[in-house]
Design a protein around this ligand. Structure first.
Ligand code: PAF
Length: 255
């Protein structure tokens, strides 16, 4: 389904019939991490909607909007195989004169919000719009984007959205790298260097001096620039660049 109005009328009909949809919002280029969100969504026993929309509002100037992987047909097939009820892939969600935004002003400020000004305003705006369009009663988000998860939880609480947010633990590939659509940007050689990131962060999460230790260790990885390593929500969270590719990850502290 591509049409936003049609999505909303289907969502409203489902609600009238007593079926409360579960939303898995994504930007596509689906991978094992997304599939785990879908599996969790299915456990709710309600119609599962997967949205695929590369949201321009959450990309800053000079970021990767133009090259962000778009794998529409493969995504649709993956959702069909996973038993998703509705695959919602709108072409565009914003009118040319769109001028309304949702902002969360505390949790969005640090970490990724510091390096990517306007990012969480874009995320909050599109998530609210997707909730309104799908009429979801539950939405599933991954811990991979830990700051995004806390921003969404806060806005749902603050603005009294009748939506339950379900978090799902990070899925990792064999080399330990958290699944991410942006991993596609890594060459095999960059990927080898990037694999140091989860190794170091996992070890740091067990240490009392974790933030400083991880920053020092990561700086020794060739071509690695540390954006931040900070503790938040009981997790050690980090963002780095491998050459020009930005990666984020986190581990529960003390685990
Ligand atoms: O996590 C993502 O993929 C995106 O930030 C989201 C939640 C789909 C909003 O565009």
């Amino acid at each position: 389904m591509e049409d936003a109005e049609e999505m909303q009328s289907v969502g409203l009909r489902l609600r009238r019939e007593g079926a409360f949809p579960v939303l898995v919002p994504t930007m596509g280029a689906l991978h094992a991490g997304h599939l785990s969100l879908i599996e969790r969504a299915k456990e709710e026993g309600a119609p599962v909607i997967v949205s695929v929309y590369v949201n321009p509002l959450q990309f800053g100037a000079g970021e990767d909007l133009a090259v962000y992987p778009r794998t529409g047909e493969a995504d649709r097939q993956a959702c069909e195989a996973a038993g998703v009820d509705i695959f919602f892939a709108p072409r565009d969600l914003y009118a040319a004169d769109h001028s309304s935004y949702v902002t969360e002003e505390a949790l969005s400020a640090g970490r990724c919000g510091r390096s990517r000004p306007g990012h969480f305003r874009g995320v909050a705006t599109v998530v609210v719009k997707l909730l309104n369009l799908t009429q979801a009663a539950t939405a599933v988000f991954g811990w991979k984007d830990a700051q995004q998860l806390s921003v969404i939880r806060r806005l749902v609480r603050d603005l009294a959205f009748p939506v339950r947010i379900v978090p799902v633990e990070i899925q990792r590939d064999r080399d330990g790298l958290a699944w991410s659509s942006r991993n596609r940007y890594l060459s095999p050689e960059q990927r080898e260097r990037a694999a140091a990131f989860p190794r170091i962060l996992a070890e740091a999460a067990r240490r009392p001096d974790g933030c400083a230790w991880a920053s020092a260790e990561l700086s020794r990885v060739p071509g690695c620039r540390v954006d931040y390593v900070e503790e938040a929500d009981g997790r050690l969270c980090g963002a780095i660049w491998i050459d020009k590719i930005r990666l984020i990850d986190n581990f529960p502290c003390g685990a």
